[in-house]
Ligand binder design. Structure first.
Ligand code: ADP
Ligand code: MG
Ligand code: MG
Length: 881
């Protein structure tokens, strides 16, 4: 079995396709060698060895060490040098490298092979004793620290003492004699701590270094890094043993890192930094300030020209932006690493679009190059990165709605509206929000809550509005008109900044950069649409998957449309009742004693609702609009404080005691599972009748004035065939009545939400009385798990930490449980109606991982908040590739 893969002299055993086995670094070193790029020769011990090493209780499978010896022989022959040779010794580096780049793993060991003999060989070979002793003392320090776990401070102290005694400040002011002395002191320190001599045998050094790299695969930082970044299924790390080249040979030597394009803007300009007379780590370590790559052009035009030619070659070969490490040894150029560069969202799009124009990649590749998270960055304000570094982080909550916001703290929705009316910018800070806060949330730059999860009211509404929101920030304690965090108090009017993309909360005001829709972005998204719309799925008549939006205001609908929404998947009618004037009438209806009084109140509401619907229909002209009939329990619409009760009872002309009694009657122990949704429709048929009438009248009006309308009336919270049938028949009756009165015919449909597990399990029966299904995955998740979405914030973080959950099921669909219910309902529903239209209108409709699942499950559309539409277009296209 082959465990070790050689690279050198223009030929390599491996290639770039072998990342799993050779790690990213090793595979690319092999690939570059095959391309004839100057790479110092060496060999890679495969990740399979790492796996076996752990399976066999930290021992190597037989054959591994032999193969290492054979490859070392081969390397020595090729280089014409031997490890530990007193005349002309070979020095190597030992580098880790898994299939996925992983900071937090073992550090690299440079100059391995140095010992008391080799140092003299290097000295006479190079004619530079200072260089030789410096390389030796660096090696002792790295080996002791990285391979043997010794504290680096031991060596730093010895070095500091020596500099002090000599009265110098910089390492470079120490001469060869000093460094030789330093080596002696380092070896003594090593012996003192490790109770053995510093190993002189280079093969022993190499074996220890290899052990250390494999050992580092399971060090705590590495494990943590893999967990945070959800990296699993890797075999382990590979080990690269590679001939040393030296950037610290003098003024014609140097080392640096460069990118084939600018990784922050994506512009096609050569970008990077370097240091002359320095070794590998010095650039990253930040001891000296590196020079921009452009100055190499002036100081060493020949090397610069070669480097440019190499980066062009590498980029052309990999057809992607490269991030490279290089070393110049006395004017000779070597490449030590290349990989696809990490980049910002802006750079990802720019680079993808440019590369299509340069005919480097096709449109499909371009679409797969930009992650949904990168695209999302481009649609929200950001804190200026330079400023972010100096801002004081005071707390972290859930990243509930992306984007940054800065403003003065206010503690109530009314205050928010009042401050904004006089031109201030505010951040609304609340324990949790409720429907009556909508006005204030709209006025505020951002919203911060101390309780609630990813689908709490604040989170859902903020995402819908595109308002940044940090939710469930438990560290802040709100009392009256102030909050405290970390012992510090923030009062009304103090400036704070939130970043809803990360969940961070900062003290003070920030400068924000506001994104724009660029031409590149428009083109890029048009490619995603091409792919998404032409996708064919087995068993489905229609091509592609449609992206709709959740919106209940004409303005939000327009925004969503400008982002590419192809219809409304969920228009919540209850938000409309919180507008000026309507709430009072609705409250009047709720507290009415008789059917007559209720109907009288509803009659006043009818024209107002009709106007709302007409506005939405016009904004979405030509596209389907799904309107959900009233869903929340009635108690959400009545006042709760004594003061408000007084005001409302005055307005309604009834006694406060009477109103209090009414309100008490509406109180429920568990309102989420209580008298809401179609249960209200069954018990108070007049409410839904009014809503359906308003929808159909609005549709008639808009059609009459030339509009093209497809209303889809949706019944919330059904669980049984009977509920569906009763609701469906009543809605039909009202709709037909309106059309008959108006003498018009309009294409409309009547469907249901599927958000109760029972509805999913009996979807074949429900489908008999429904024209379409829309999965309400928020409620479906809540009811399937039995997790209250308003309370889950108190335990979900711990569940995630302990791996009881792998994703927050309210942000990303639980594929094996809730997803199975969805899949079952799709199958059962289509058994009854084979071409039934089905979509998702829960928050999951904007989550890329969930979108992929919905695509595979055969849904016809997903619906998400307006600002999520571009991300959903991309995610759906990627699901279709
Ligand atoms: P990381 O994965 O942390 O970047 P690397 O293995 O790439 O670690 O090495 C760290 C530094 O050491 C890099 O700057 C690299 O270029 C340099 N380096 C590694 N091997 C050699 C070598 N054989 N000759 C010269 N420099 C090297
Ligand atoms: Mg590196
Ligand atoms: Mg619901």
């Amino acid at each position: 079995e082959k465990f070790v893969y050689f690279f050198g002299n223009g030929k390599a055993d491996g290639n770039a396709g072998m990342k799993e086995l050779l790690g990213g670094k090793g595979a690319n070193l092999a690939e570059m060698t095959n391309l004839g790029i100057p790479v110092p020769p060496g060999f890679t011990i495969s990740t399979a060895v790492c796996r076996a090493y752990y399976e066999n209780d930290r021992t190597y499978p037989s054959g591994v060490l032999n193969q290492v010896d054979e490859n070392l022989d081969k390397l020595e022959k090729l280089m014409g040098k031997k490890l530990g040779d007193p005349e002309d010794p070979l020095l190597v580096s030992v580098r880790s490298g898994a299939a996925v780049s992983m900071p937090g793993m073992m550090d690299t060991i440079l100059n391995l092979g140095m010992n008391d003999q080799a140092v003299r060989g290097i000295s006479s070979q190079t004619g530079n004793p200072r260089f030789a002793w410096d390389a030796y003392r660096r090696f002792i320090q790295m080996f002791a620290n990285v391979a043997m776990g010794m504290d680096i401070d031991v060596f730093e102290e010895i070095l500091a003492k020596m500099k002090k005694n000599k009265g110098v400040e910089l390492d470079t002011q120490l001469d060869a004699g000093d460094l030789e002395k330093l080596v002696g002191l380092y070896k003594q320190a090593y012996k003192k701590h490790k109770k053995e001599e510093f190993p002189q045998d280079p093969k022993k050094q190499l074996k220890a270094a290899i052990d250390a790299v494999f050992g580092s695969w399971n060090n705590p930082q590495a494990i943590k890094y893999r967990k945070i970044n959800a990296i699993d299924g890797l075999l382990g790390t590979a080990v690269n043993v590679q001939t040393m080249v030296f950037g610290n040979f003098g003024d014609t030597s140097g080392t640096g890192v460069c990118f084939s394009r600018d990784p922050s803007t994506g512009k096609n300009v050569f970008y990077g930094e370097y240091l002359m007379n320095a070794q590998g780590e010095d650039v990253v370590a930040g001891i000296r300030t590196p020079e921009p790559i452009s100055s190499l052009k002036k100081t060493n035009p020949e090397a610069y020209r070669k480097l440019v030619a190499l980066k062009d070659r590498l980029e052309n070969h990999y057809r992607d932006m490269q991030d490279m490490e290089f070393t110049l040894q006395e004017g000779e150029l070597f490449i030590l690493q290349t990989r696809n560069a990490k980049r910002t969202g802006a750079a990802a799009v720019k680079c993808a679009v440019d590369m299509v124009d340069e005919k480097l990649i096709d449109e499909e590749t371009a679409v797969s190059r930009v992650s949904p998270a990168q695209l999302d960055q481009l649609f929200h304000p950001n804190i200026d990165p330079k400023q972010k570094q100096v801002m004081e982080l005071i707390a972290t909550g859930l990243n509930a709605s992306p984007g940054a916001a800065t403003g003065q703290v206010v503690f109530s929705a009314e205050e928010a509206e009042r401050w904004v009316a006089v031109g201030q910018k505010v951040l609304l800070v609340r324990k949790e929000t409720s429907p009556e806060d909508i006005g204030g949330m709209h006025a505020a730059e951002g919203v911060l809550t101390s309780t609630g999860g990813m689908t709490s009211h604040a989170a859902v509404v903020a995402r819908g509005m595109g308002t940044p929101c940090v939710a469930g920030c438990k560290d802040i304690v709100i009392t009256g008109k102030s909050f405290t965090v970390g012992g510090k108090k923030y009062k009304e009017g103090d400036w704070i900044t939130i970043n809803g993309t990360t969940g961070n909360v900062y003290s003070g005001k920030a400068i924000l950069s506001v994104p724009k829709m660029t031409q590149d972005l428009t083109r890029f998204l048009s490619w995603t649409d091409k792919i998404r719309k032409s996708a064919v799925r087995p068993g489905l008549k229609d091509k592609g998957i449609v992206i709709r939006t959740n919106a209940d205001q004409p303005n939000d609908a327009k925004v969503a449309r400008s982002f590419g929404a192809e219809g409304i998947g969920l228009c919540r009618t209850e938000h409309m009742f919180f507008d000026d004037g309507k709430l009072e009438i609705f409250q009047e209806m709720i507290v009415s004693d008789t059917l007559e009084d209720r109907k009288a109140a509803l009659k006043k509401l009818l024209p107002l609702q009709k106007k709302d619907f007409a506005g939405i229909f016009k904004a979405m002209n030509g596209l389907p609009v799904t309107i959900r009939l009233l869903d929340p329990p009635l108690h959400e619409f009545v006042p709760s404080t004594v003061k408000d009760i007084k005001t409302i009872s005055d307005e309604l002309g009834i006694k406060p005691a009477k109103l209090r009694e009414k309100i008490a009657n509406l109180k429920e122990a568990n309102p989420m599972l209580g008298h809401r949704g179609c249960r209200l429709g069954i018990t108070y048929p007049e409410i839904y009748e009014m809503q359906v009438e308003a929808i159909m009248l609005a549709a008639c009006d808009v059609v009459k004035s030339g509009g093209d309308i497809h209303p889809e009336i949706m019944i919330p919270l059904v669980g049984t065939r009977e509920e569906t049938q009763i609701m469906h028949d009543r809605i039909e009756a009202v709709a037909q009545d309106v059309l008959a009165r108006r003498k018009m015919s309009i294409n409309y449909s009547v469907g249901t939400m599927i958000e109760i597990p029972r509805a999913a399990m009996t979807a074949d029966e429900i489908a008999e009385h429904a024209d379409f299904f829309s999965f309400g995955t928020n409620d479906l998740t809540q009811m399937t798990y039995g997790f209250s979405r308003d309370d889950a914030g108190s335990f979900i973080p711990l569940y995630l930490e302990q791996n009881i959950l792998h994703h927050d099921p309210f942000s990303s669909i639980d594929i094996s449980g809730v997803g199975r219910l969805v899949a079952t309902a799709v199958e059962l529903g289509r058994k009854t109606k084979p071409d039934m239209k089905m979509g998702v209108c829960g928050e999951h409709g904007g989550d890329p991982r969930s979108i992929e699942f919905f695509y595979k499950t055969g849904l016809n559309y997903v619906s998400c908040s307006p600002f999520r539409v571009p991300v959903a277009r991309l995610a759906a296209a990627q699901a279709a590739i």
